[in-house]
Design a protein around this ligand. Structure first.
Ligand code: PMP
Length: 404
């Protein structure tokens, strides 16, 4: 008799389905954008991270095509062997100037940045202090490090101060020996609630205890700060944050991540960061269209303005309809409905009404804080937002979420 050694996977899948936690993939047959073809339906999308609409911007496509013509489809090797092209170096120089830092190193994704940088710069003699709601890639980066870690309550400065006071008073393993490095790590924008980290306070508290700050700006890149320079620039903290991680996969519209900081940080990452050393570099077209995105962000400020006017309008209208939209300060607007079943039904009904907005349920968020997560972009027209709001109104009344 043949035994299937992976039979336990069927049981796990059945358990997920039973708890309504199984998530089938919806397949998109169009380009990304404010209207997409999903599972053979044309729907208004409120679910991409394409904040500025750059994924399909004509200048971005042209930059990619020209790079393919000039350099080919792939880079052919990891960067330390034969995969560093002029276009990779040029993108990093552009990003360093844009971010007002000494040097930048790009990685294959924002996720790879965090799993690359954290274990490279921390070890047994260091301490990592992390916001409790930090992104999965920061958590995985910490797991790969030999450094001990402590967690502070989300965006809570009293809690951060307490952790740092304890660490500096008692030292490594309570021995009184000081840590070589204490690294405070936070998301710049938290992707489930859309709130902005209180970075000015975090930096102040960290400086008081001699700790360094690392901010993961995935959802702030292209969104916050002058021309989308990120949360450090947004708070006027240029030069006071040791490590900024950004993504090239969301507002920048392509794929990748970067670590921005000192020249020494870049140099050590090139020598030691494992995703950099052991995984092939971006195709040249990716680097070329990322360069074009940095130019567009500075040359077409109307995209940034439109993102924020759409954001203000959408939030105001959802609030006026009577929905609980939490405390987001960014284009991420959660529509908090409470229990998972209503939320999943709400998302399905919106889809029937021609609007794609995904549900986020336990364990990603607390059991009673299930929500529809929406993101408006610069590419949404007034008419599309009106249609989306009408669908929210209809489904909200039908399911008794808002007064009918
Ligand atoms: N960090 C944060 C805070 C994120 O939200 C994300 C994307 N969900 C990432 C890192 C990963 O970025 P990328 O998609 O470029 O891997």
């Amino acid at each position: 008799m043949q035994v299937n050694p992976l039979a336990f996977l069927d049981d796990e899948l059945a358990a997920l389905r039973e708890r309504h936690l199984y998530r089938p993939l919806r397949v998109m047959s169009s380009a990304q954008g404010p209207i997409v073809s999903l599972d053979d339906r044309r729907v208004i999308s409120l679910s991409s991270n394409d904040y500025l609409g750059l994924s399909h911007h004509p200048r971005m496509k042209r930059a990619a095509i020209e790079a393919v013509e000039q350099y080919g489809a792939g880079s052919g090797a990891v960067r330390t062997i034969a995969g560093t092209m002029t276009v990779h170096e040029a993108l990093e120089a552009d990003l360093a100037a844009f971010k007002h830092v000494e040097a930048v190193l790009t990685f294959q994704s924002g996720f790879a940045c965090n799993t690359g940088v954290i274990p490279t710069i921390t070890g047994e003699t260091d301490l990592i202090v992390s916001d409790e709601l930090n992104h999965a890639s920061i958590i995985d980066g910490m797991r790969l490090s030999k450094a001990p870690r402590k967690v502070f309550k989300h965006a809570d400065m009293a809690s951060l101060r307490e952790v740092l006071a304890d660490a500096t008073e008692h030292g490594r393993d309570g021995s009184g020996e000081p840590y070589r490095l204490i690294l405070v790590v936070t998301d710049g924008v938290f992707s489930m609630d859309g709130d902005i980290a209180p970075l000015a306070e975090i930096v102040e508290v960290a400086e008081a205890f001699g700790a360094a700050v690392m901010v993961d700006d995935a959802h702030a890149s292209g969104v916050l700060g002058e021309a989308g320079r990120g949360s450090v620039n947004h708070f006027g903290l240029d030069g006071r944050v040791a490590i900024q991680v950004g993504t090239l996969s969301k507002a920048v519209g392509v794929l990748g991540g970067y670590v921005a900081g000192s020249q020494a940080l870049r140099d050590i990452l090139i020598q030691r960061a494992r995703p950099f050393l052991f995984s092939t570099s971006h195709p040249p077209s990716v680097a070329a269209s990322c360069r074009e995105a940095i130019r567009i962000m500075q040359e077409e400020p109307e995209l940034h303005d439109r993102l924020w006017s759409n954001t203000r309008r959408f939030k105001a209208e959802l609030g006026r309809l009577g929905f609980d939209i939490g405390h987001s300060e960014t284009p991420i607007t959660p529509v908090i409905l409470g229990d998972s079943e209503t939320t999943i039904r709400f998302s399905d009904r919106l889809f029937d009404e021609g609007v794609f907005a995904t549900s986020v349920v336990f364990p990603t968020v607390a059991l009673d804080r299930a929500r529809i997560r929406t993101i408006v972009t610069a590419a949404h027209t007034d008419e599309l937002l009106d249609r989306a709001l009408e669908a929210f109104d209809r489904v909200g009344r039908e399911l008794g979420v808002i007064a009918g």
